[in-house]
Design a protein around this ligand. Structure first.
Ligand SMILES: Cc1ncc(COP(=O)(O)O)c(C=O)c1O
Length: 450
Protein backbone atom coordinates (compact mmCIF):
# COMPACT_ATOMS: atom_id res chain seq x y z
CA UNK A 1 0.00 0.00 0.00
CA UNK A 2 1.09 3.56 -0.69
CA UNK A 3 2.62 5.57 2.12
CA UNK A 4 0.85 8.68 0.85
CA UNK A 5 -2.25 9.67 2.79
CA UNK A 6 -3.86 10.62 -0.52
CA UNK A 7 -3.85 6.93 -1.39
CA UNK A 8 -4.80 5.56 2.04
CA UNK A 9 -1.56 5.88 4.00
CA UNK A 10 -1.38 7.36 7.50
CA UNK A 11 -1.29 11.19 7.47
CA UNK A 12 2.05 12.60 8.62
CA UNK A 13 0.49 15.37 10.72
CA UNK A 14 -1.49 14.35 13.76
CA UNK A 15 -1.26 17.72 15.52
CA UNK A 16 -4.67 19.28 16.06
CA UNK A 17 -4.75 22.94 17.00
CA UNK A 18 -6.43 24.08 20.19
CA UNK A 19 -7.95 27.19 18.67
CA UNK A 20 -6.84 29.26 21.66
CA UNK A 21 -5.15 32.63 21.28
CA UNK A 22 -3.24 32.48 24.56
CA UNK A 23 -0.09 31.01 23.03
CA UNK A 24 -0.92 27.35 23.52
CA UNK A 25 -1.83 26.87 19.88
CA UNK A 26 0.86 26.46 17.28
CA UNK A 27 -0.78 28.73 14.72
CA UNK A 28 -3.21 31.09 16.43
CA UNK A 29 -2.21 34.72 16.28
CA UNK A 30 -2.02 37.22 17.83
CA UNK A 31 -1.29 35.92 21.31
CA UNK A 32 -3.83 37.61 23.54
CA UNK A 33 -3.45 37.64 27.30
CA UNK A 34 -5.09 39.43 30.23
CA UNK A 35 -2.67 42.30 29.66
CA UNK A 36 -4.30 42.97 26.28
CA UNK A 37 -7.78 42.52 27.70
CA UNK A 38 -7.16 44.96 30.54
CA UNK A 39 -5.68 47.59 28.24
CA UNK A 40 -8.60 47.35 25.83
CA UNK A 41 -11.17 47.31 28.65
CA UNK A 42 -9.62 50.39 30.14
CA UNK A 43 -10.32 52.32 26.93
CA UNK A 44 -13.82 50.91 26.83
CA UNK A 45 -14.53 51.78 30.46
CA UNK A 46 -13.25 55.30 29.99
CA UNK A 47 -15.30 55.67 26.83
CA UNK A 48 -12.23 57.04 25.08
CA UNK A 49 -12.46 54.94 21.93
CA UNK A 50 -12.32 58.00 19.69
CA UNK A 51 -9.67 59.81 21.69
CA UNK A 52 -6.01 60.14 20.75
CA UNK A 53 -4.17 59.97 24.09
CA UNK A 54 -3.52 56.20 23.97
CA UNK A 55 -2.74 56.37 20.26
CA UNK A 56 -0.13 59.07 20.87
CA UNK A 57 1.51 56.86 23.50
CA UNK A 58 1.51 53.98 21.03
CA UNK A 59 3.03 56.20 18.33
CA UNK A 60 5.74 57.36 20.73
CA UNK A 61 6.64 53.80 21.68
CA UNK A 62 6.50 52.71 18.05
CA UNK A 63 8.90 55.53 17.10
CA UNK A 64 11.36 54.46 19.77
CA UNK A 65 11.13 50.85 18.67
CA UNK A 66 11.43 51.45 14.94
CA UNK A 67 13.87 54.36 15.21
CA UNK A 68 11.84 57.10 13.52
CA UNK A 69 11.12 60.69 14.52
CA UNK A 70 7.40 60.76 13.75
CA UNK A 71 4.61 58.20 13.57
CA UNK A 72 0.93 58.54 12.81
CA UNK A 73 -1.57 55.85 13.76
CA UNK A 74 -4.42 55.19 11.32
CA UNK A 75 -7.54 53.06 11.21
CA UNK A 76 -5.98 50.58 8.75
CA UNK A 77 -2.96 50.01 6.56
CA UNK A 78 -4.74 51.22 3.45
CA UNK A 79 -5.23 54.60 5.12
CA UNK A 80 -1.60 54.70 6.26
CA UNK A 81 -0.43 54.06 2.69
CA UNK A 82 -2.88 56.60 1.29
CA UNK A 83 -1.67 59.27 3.71
CA UNK A 84 1.95 58.32 3.01
CA UNK A 85 1.37 58.77 -0.74
CA UNK A 86 -0.10 62.20 -0.12
CA UNK A 87 2.70 62.86 2.33
CA UNK A 88 5.40 62.43 -0.32
CA UNK A 89 3.43 64.61 -2.74
CA UNK A 90 1.96 62.05 -5.13
CA UNK A 91 -0.68 63.86 -7.16
CA UNK A 92 -2.44 64.38 -10.47
CA UNK A 93 -0.71 62.86 -13.47
CA UNK A 94 2.05 61.25 -11.41
CA UNK A 95 3.07 57.64 -11.73
CA UNK A 96 3.70 55.34 -8.79
CA UNK A 97 5.83 52.28 -9.49
CA UNK A 98 4.71 49.24 -7.52
CA UNK A 99 5.54 45.53 -7.69
CA UNK A 100 2.77 43.49 -9.29
CA UNK A 101 2.93 40.83 -6.60
CA UNK A 102 1.36 42.46 -3.57
CA UNK A 103 -2.00 43.19 -2.01
CA UNK A 104 -3.85 45.90 -3.92
CA UNK A 105 -3.77 48.44 -1.08
CA UNK A 106 -0.06 48.92 -1.75
CA UNK A 107 -1.04 51.08 -4.70
CA UNK A 108 -4.79 51.49 -5.24
CA UNK A 109 -5.06 54.77 -3.30
CA UNK A 110 -2.90 56.43 -5.95
CA UNK A 111 -6.06 56.75 -8.04
CA UNK A 112 -7.84 58.91 -5.53
CA UNK A 113 -4.88 61.31 -5.68
CA UNK A 114 -5.18 61.56 -9.45
CA UNK A 115 -2.08 59.46 -9.99
CA UNK A 116 -1.70 56.12 -11.74
CA UNK A 117 0.16 52.90 -11.09
CA UNK A 118 2.90 51.33 -13.15
CA UNK A 119 3.77 47.78 -12.24
CA UNK A 120 7.28 46.40 -12.06
CA UNK A 121 8.43 42.81 -11.91
CA UNK A 122 9.61 40.90 -8.85
CA UNK A 123 12.78 39.02 -8.10
CA UNK A 124 12.17 35.26 -8.54
CA UNK A 125 13.93 34.39 -5.27
CA UNK A 126 12.64 37.06 -2.90
CA UNK A 127 9.30 37.92 -4.61
CA UNK A 128 10.08 41.57 -3.85
CA UNK A 129 10.51 44.41 -6.34
CA UNK A 130 13.46 43.55 -8.58
CA UNK A 131 15.82 46.54 -8.71
CA UNK A 132 17.14 45.28 -12.07
CA UNK A 133 13.65 45.72 -13.55
CA UNK A 134 12.95 49.06 -11.92
CA UNK A 135 14.74 51.66 -13.97
CA UNK A 136 13.07 50.63 -17.23
CA UNK A 137 9.71 51.62 -15.68
CA UNK A 138 10.75 55.18 -14.86
CA UNK A 139 9.40 58.01 -17.03
CA UNK A 140 9.35 61.77 -16.54
CA UNK A 141 6.00 61.27 -14.80
CA UNK A 142 7.31 58.90 -12.15
CA UNK A 143 7.02 60.46 -8.73
CA UNK A 144 7.46 57.61 -6.28
CA UNK A 145 8.34 53.96 -5.83
CA UNK A 146 6.29 51.70 -3.57
CA UNK A 147 8.56 49.04 -2.14
CA UNK A 148 6.81 46.05 -0.55
CA UNK A 149 8.76 43.83 1.82
CA UNK A 150 6.72 40.94 0.59
CA UNK A 151 5.88 38.06 2.90
CA UNK A 152 8.46 39.31 5.40
CA UNK A 153 11.41 39.32 3.02
CA UNK A 154 13.26 42.64 2.96
CA UNK A 155 13.42 44.13 -0.53
CA UNK A 156 16.90 44.94 -1.83
CA UNK A 157 16.89 48.55 -0.67
CA UNK A 158 20.43 49.68 -1.56
CA UNK A 159 20.04 49.54 -5.35
CA UNK A 160 16.44 50.75 -5.10
CA UNK A 161 17.51 53.82 -3.12
CA UNK A 162 20.34 54.46 -5.54
CA UNK A 163 17.94 54.46 -8.49
CA UNK A 164 15.47 56.65 -6.57
CA UNK A 165 18.21 59.13 -5.80
CA UNK A 166 19.43 59.21 -9.37
CA UNK A 167 15.91 60.02 -10.65
CA UNK A 168 14.86 62.18 -7.71
CA UNK A 169 12.02 59.86 -6.71
CA UNK A 170 10.32 59.37 -3.36
CA UNK A 171 10.35 55.91 -1.80
CA UNK A 172 7.47 54.56 0.28
CA UNK A 173 8.05 51.27 2.07
CA UNK A 174 4.98 49.08 2.57
CA UNK A 175 5.96 47.16 5.69
CA UNK A 176 2.59 45.45 6.16
CA UNK A 177 4.24 42.02 5.92
CA UNK A 178 7.46 42.75 7.72
CA UNK A 179 7.09 44.87 10.87
CA UNK A 180 10.36 44.75 12.75
CA UNK A 181 12.29 43.21 9.87
CA UNK A 182 15.71 44.53 8.98
CA UNK A 183 17.65 45.18 5.81
CA UNK A 184 21.39 45.05 6.46
CA UNK A 185 20.81 46.03 10.08
CA UNK A 186 18.41 48.88 9.31
CA UNK A 187 14.76 48.71 10.34
CA UNK A 188 12.42 48.32 7.41
CA UNK A 189 10.41 51.45 6.83
CA UNK A 190 13.25 53.75 7.87
CA UNK A 191 15.27 53.52 4.67
CA UNK A 192 12.91 55.23 2.22
CA UNK A 193 11.11 58.54 2.78
CA UNK A 194 8.28 56.97 4.72
CA UNK A 195 7.23 53.55 6.02
CA UNK A 196 3.61 52.45 6.31
CA UNK A 197 2.03 49.23 7.51
CA UNK A 198 -1.16 47.41 8.14
CA UNK A 199 -1.53 46.22 11.72
CA UNK A 200 -4.75 44.29 11.14
CA UNK A 201 -5.41 41.02 12.93
CA UNK A 202 -3.84 38.75 10.33
CA UNK A 203 -0.52 40.57 10.30
CA UNK A 204 2.63 39.84 12.19
CA UNK A 205 2.21 42.90 14.41
CA UNK A 206 -1.53 42.43 14.87
CA UNK A 207 -3.56 44.88 16.90
CA UNK A 208 -7.02 44.79 15.33
CA UNK A 209 -8.00 46.97 12.41
CA UNK A 210 -5.21 49.51 12.41
CA UNK A 211 -2.29 50.93 10.50
CA UNK A 212 0.64 53.25 11.05
CA UNK A 213 3.07 55.36 9.08
CA UNK A 214 6.44 56.66 10.21
CA UNK A 215 9.08 59.00 8.86
CA UNK A 216 11.91 61.31 9.78
CA UNK A 217 10.63 63.95 7.38
CA UNK A 218 8.48 66.53 9.15
CA UNK A 219 6.86 67.66 5.91
CA UNK A 220 5.78 64.12 5.01
CA UNK A 221 4.41 63.64 8.53
CA UNK A 222 2.53 66.94 8.57
CA UNK A 223 1.08 66.44 5.11
CA UNK A 224 -0.05 62.93 6.08
CA UNK A 225 -1.64 64.34 9.24
CA UNK A 226 -3.42 67.09 7.31
CA UNK A 227 -4.69 64.49 4.86
CA UNK A 228 -6.65 62.21 7.16
CA UNK A 229 -6.21 63.34 10.77
CA UNK A 230 -7.78 66.81 10.78
CA UNK A 231 -8.22 66.93 14.56
CA UNK A 232 -4.51 66.32 15.04
CA UNK A 233 -3.73 68.89 12.37
CA UNK A 234 -5.93 71.44 14.15
CA UNK A 235 -4.15 70.92 17.44
CA UNK A 236 -0.62 71.12 16.04
CA UNK A 237 1.44 74.10 14.96
CA UNK A 238 2.97 72.86 11.72
CA UNK A 239 6.65 73.39 11.12
CA UNK A 240 6.14 73.18 7.38
CA UNK A 241 5.82 76.80 6.29
CA UNK A 242 3.11 76.47 3.64
CA UNK A 243 0.93 74.43 5.99
CA UNK A 244 0.91 77.08 8.74
CA UNK A 245 -1.97 79.19 7.37
CA UNK A 246 -3.93 76.03 6.59
CA UNK A 247 -4.17 74.63 10.12
CA UNK A 248 -7.14 72.35 10.67
CA UNK A 249 -8.18 72.13 7.04
CA UNK A 250 -9.03 68.50 6.25
CA UNK A 251 -6.91 68.19 3.12
CA UNK A 252 -8.06 64.76 2.05
CA UNK A 253 -11.46 64.97 3.67
CA UNK A 254 -10.67 61.54 5.06
CA UNK A 255 -10.88 60.40 8.65
CA UNK A 256 -8.02 58.06 9.40
CA UNK A 257 -8.13 58.10 13.20
CA UNK A 258 -6.99 54.91 14.88
CA UNK A 259 -9.45 53.23 17.23
CA UNK A 260 -8.00 53.52 20.71
CA UNK A 261 -8.85 49.93 21.59
CA UNK A 262 -6.40 48.99 18.84
CA UNK A 263 -3.87 51.51 20.11
CA UNK A 264 -4.16 50.04 23.62
CA UNK A 265 -3.66 46.53 22.30
CA UNK A 266 -0.80 47.84 20.17
CA UNK A 267 1.06 49.09 23.22
CA UNK A 268 0.85 45.64 24.81
CA UNK A 269 1.63 43.71 21.63
CA UNK A 270 4.65 45.89 20.85
CA UNK A 271 6.11 45.18 24.28
CA UNK A 272 6.17 41.43 23.56
CA UNK A 273 6.68 41.59 19.83
CA UNK A 274 10.44 41.13 19.49
CA UNK A 275 10.45 38.18 21.84
CA UNK A 276 7.54 36.51 20.05
CA UNK A 277 9.16 37.16 16.66
CA UNK A 278 12.38 35.58 17.92
CA UNK A 279 10.46 32.42 18.71
CA UNK A 280 8.79 32.40 15.29
CA UNK A 281 12.22 32.88 13.72
CA UNK A 282 13.61 29.94 15.65
CA UNK A 283 10.67 27.75 14.63
CA UNK A 284 10.87 28.63 10.94
CA UNK A 285 14.62 28.17 10.89
CA UNK A 286 14.20 24.76 12.41
CA UNK A 287 11.63 23.94 9.72
CA UNK A 288 14.02 25.20 7.07
CA UNK A 289 16.81 23.06 8.45
CA UNK A 290 14.56 20.02 8.30
CA UNK A 291 13.47 20.60 4.70
CA UNK A 292 16.39 22.34 3.01
CA UNK A 293 17.79 19.21 1.43
CA UNK A 294 14.53 18.47 -0.39
CA UNK A 295 14.95 18.95 -4.14
CA UNK A 296 12.55 21.35 -5.86
CA UNK A 297 11.51 23.14 -2.66
CA UNK A 298 13.03 26.27 -1.18
CA UNK A 299 11.79 28.29 1.75
CA UNK A 300 12.01 32.01 0.96
CA UNK A 301 14.33 33.29 3.65
CA UNK A 302 16.97 35.92 4.11
CA UNK A 303 20.68 35.53 4.64
CA UNK A 304 21.11 36.96 8.13
CA UNK A 305 24.87 37.32 7.86
CA UNK A 306 24.52 40.90 6.58
CA UNK A 307 22.11 41.90 9.37
CA UNK A 308 18.89 41.33 7.41
CA UNK A 309 16.00 39.57 9.17
CA UNK A 310 12.50 38.26 8.52
CA UNK A 311 11.11 39.42 11.91
CA UNK A 312 7.69 37.73 12.30
CA UNK A 313 7.86 35.73 9.03
CA UNK A 314 4.39 36.90 8.00
CA UNK A 315 3.10 34.10 5.79
CA UNK A 316 6.27 32.11 5.08
CA UNK A 317 6.54 31.15 1.42
CA UNK A 318 8.06 28.15 -0.28
CA UNK A 319 9.13 28.09 -3.91
CA UNK A 320 8.30 25.00 -5.94
CA UNK A 321 10.20 23.85 -8.98
CA UNK A 322 8.09 21.39 -10.92
CA UNK A 323 11.09 20.34 -12.99
CA UNK A 324 12.43 18.57 -9.92
CA UNK A 325 9.24 16.49 -9.87
CA UNK A 326 9.05 15.47 -13.53
CA UNK A 327 6.55 18.26 -14.21
CA UNK A 328 4.20 17.45 -11.32
CA UNK A 329 1.87 20.42 -10.99
CA UNK A 330 1.89 22.45 -7.80
CA UNK A 331 -1.86 21.83 -7.48
CA UNK A 332 -1.32 18.08 -7.37
CA UNK A 333 1.56 18.47 -4.93
CA UNK A 334 -0.65 20.55 -2.63
CA UNK A 335 -3.45 18.00 -2.90
CA UNK A 336 -1.12 15.34 -1.55
CA UNK A 337 0.14 17.66 1.18
CA UNK A 338 -3.41 18.47 2.31
CA UNK A 339 -4.09 14.75 2.65
CA UNK A 340 -1.05 14.58 4.93
CA UNK A 341 -2.60 17.30 7.10
CA UNK A 342 -0.66 20.29 5.74
CA UNK A 343 -3.35 22.60 4.41
CA UNK A 344 -1.63 24.43 1.58
CA UNK A 345 -2.71 25.62 -1.83
CA UNK A 346 -0.85 27.04 -4.78
CA UNK A 347 -0.15 30.72 -5.07
CA UNK A 348 -0.11 33.86 -2.97
CA UNK A 349 -1.44 37.21 -4.22
CA UNK A 350 -2.44 37.26 -7.87
CA UNK A 351 -0.39 39.63 -10.03
CA UNK A 352 -2.06 43.02 -9.89
CA UNK A 353 -1.15 43.98 -13.44
CA UNK A 354 -3.71 41.45 -14.65
CA UNK A 355 -6.47 42.78 -12.38
CA UNK A 356 -9.38 44.56 -14.13
CA UNK A 357 -9.07 47.50 -11.73
CA UNK A 358 -5.64 48.20 -13.16
CA UNK A 359 -6.58 47.46 -16.73
CA UNK A 360 -10.13 48.15 -17.78
CA UNK A 361 -12.25 49.64 -15.02
CA UNK A 362 -13.27 53.27 -15.32
CA UNK A 363 -13.56 54.18 -11.64
CA UNK A 364 -14.26 57.89 -12.01
CA UNK A 365 -16.33 57.88 -15.22
CA UNK A 366 -13.68 59.34 -17.46
CA UNK A 367 -14.88 57.35 -20.45
CA UNK A 368 -11.72 55.25 -20.39
CA UNK A 369 -9.97 53.05 -17.86
CA UNK A 370 -8.88 55.11 -14.88
CA UNK A 371 -5.38 53.82 -15.17
CA UNK A 372 -5.14 55.32 -18.65
CA UNK A 373 -7.26 58.40 -17.91
CA UNK A 374 -4.83 59.43 -15.22
CA UNK A 375 -1.74 59.11 -17.36
CA UNK A 376 -0.54 58.44 -20.89
CA UNK A 377 -2.56 56.41 -23.35
CA UNK A 378 0.23 53.89 -23.80
CA UNK A 379 0.63 53.15 -20.11
CA UNK A 380 -0.83 49.66 -20.29
CA UNK A 381 1.86 48.61 -22.72
CA UNK A 382 4.37 49.22 -19.99
CA UNK A 383 3.00 46.43 -17.84
CA UNK A 384 3.10 43.63 -20.35
CA UNK A 385 6.57 42.37 -19.66
CA UNK A 386 6.37 41.01 -16.10
CA UNK A 387 7.36 37.37 -16.61
CA UNK A 388 8.24 36.59 -12.99
CA UNK A 389 5.00 38.03 -11.66
CA UNK A 390 3.06 36.04 -14.25
CA UNK A 391 4.42 32.70 -13.03
CA UNK A 392 4.71 33.40 -9.30
CA UNK A 393 1.54 31.61 -8.32
CA UNK A 394 2.41 28.42 -10.15
CA UNK A 395 5.71 28.26 -8.29
CA UNK A 396 4.93 29.41 -4.76
CA UNK A 397 2.78 28.51 -1.80
CA UNK A 398 2.51 29.43 1.85
CA UNK A 399 3.83 27.00 4.38
CA UNK A 400 2.40 26.74 7.88
CA UNK A 401 3.23 29.86 9.88
CA UNK A 402 4.56 28.33 13.12
CA UNK A 403 4.29 30.66 16.07
CA UNK A 404 6.27 28.52 18.49
CA UNK A 405 9.46 26.54 18.54
CA UNK A 406 8.05 23.10 19.22
CA UNK A 407 10.26 20.67 17.33
CA UNK A 408 8.02 17.65 17.89
CA UNK A 409 5.16 19.38 16.04
CA UNK A 410 7.31 21.02 13.36
CA UNK A 411 8.85 17.60 12.66
CA UNK A 412 5.43 16.28 11.68
CA UNK A 413 5.06 19.02 9.08
CA UNK A 414 8.60 18.53 7.79
CA UNK A 415 7.97 14.79 7.59
CA UNK A 416 4.87 15.42 5.48
CA UNK A 417 7.00 17.34 2.96
CA UNK A 418 9.66 14.62 2.98
CA UNK A 419 7.05 11.93 2.45
CA UNK A 420 5.34 13.63 -0.50
CA UNK A 421 8.67 14.47 -2.11
CA UNK A 422 9.89 10.87 -1.69
CA UNK A 423 6.73 9.49 -3.28
CA UNK A 424 5.94 12.15 -5.87
CA UNK A 425 6.13 9.70 -8.77
CA UNK A 426 2.89 8.12 -7.55
CA UNK A 427 1.19 11.47 -8.02
CA UNK A 428 2.10 11.89 -11.69
CA UNK A 429 -0.72 9.63 -12.73
CA UNK A 430 -3.90 11.59 -12.22
CA UNK A 431 -2.21 14.98 -12.30
CA UNK A 432 -4.68 17.30 -14.03
CA UNK A 433 -2.23 20.21 -13.99
CA UNK A 434 -2.73 23.45 -12.15
CA UNK A 435 -6.47 23.77 -11.90
CA UNK A 436 -8.40 27.02 -11.80
CA UNK A 437 -6.92 30.39 -10.99
CA UNK A 438 -4.05 30.27 -8.55
CA UNK A 439 -3.57 32.75 -5.73
CA UNK A 440 -6.02 35.45 -4.70
CA UNK A 441 -6.63 39.18 -5.03
CA UNK A 442 -7.45 39.36 -1.35
CA UNK A 443 -5.43 38.62 1.69
CA UNK A 444 -4.85 34.93 1.61
CA UNK A 445 -6.24 32.60 4.26
CA UNK A 446 -3.41 31.46 6.43
CA UNK A 447 -2.53 27.86 6.52
CA UNK A 448 -4.33 26.23 9.36
CA UNK A 449 -5.38 22.86 10.47
CA UNK A 450 -8.95 22.30 9.35
C1 LIG B 1 1.12 44.45 1.47
C2 LIG B 1 -0.13 45.03 2.06
N1 LIG B 1 -0.30 46.36 2.00
C3 LIG B 1 -1.38 46.94 2.53
C4 LIG B 1 -2.38 46.22 3.13
C5 LIG B 1 -3.61 46.91 3.60
O1 LIG B 1 -3.76 46.95 4.96
P1 LIG B 1 -5.19 46.99 5.66
O2 LIG B 1 -5.90 45.72 5.33
O3 LIG B 1 -4.89 47.13 7.10
O4 LIG B 1 -5.91 48.19 5.12
C6 LIG B 1 -2.24 44.81 3.23
C7 LIG B 1 -3.19 43.91 3.85
O5 LIG B 1 -4.04 43.93 4.54
C8 LIG B 1 -1.09 44.21 2.66
O6 LIG B 1 -0.92 42.89 2.71
Amino acid sequence: MSELALFGGKPAVTYVGTDKTDGSDMFKWPIVTDEDREAVLDVLNKGSMSGTDVTKEFEKEFCEWVGAKYALGTNNGTAALHAAMFGVGLGRGDELICPSITYWASCTSAYSLGATVVFADVDPDTLCLDPKKLEEKITDKTKAIMVVHYCAHPADMDPIMEIAKKHNLKVIEDVSHAQGGKYKGRMLGTIGDVGAASLMSGKSLAIGEAGILWTDDIEVYERATAFGSYERFSAAVPETEYLKPLIGIPFGGYKHRMHQMSAAMGRVQLKHYDERCAEINRALKYFEEKTKDLPGLKLVHVDESDGSTMAGWYVPVMLYDEKAFDGLSLSRFCEAMCAEGVMIKPGINRPLHTHPLFQTIDVFHDGKPTRVAFSDEDIREMDKNLPESDVTNARSFMVPWFKHYRPEIIDQYADAFRKVVANYKELLDGDKGNVGVLGGWHRYNHTKKS
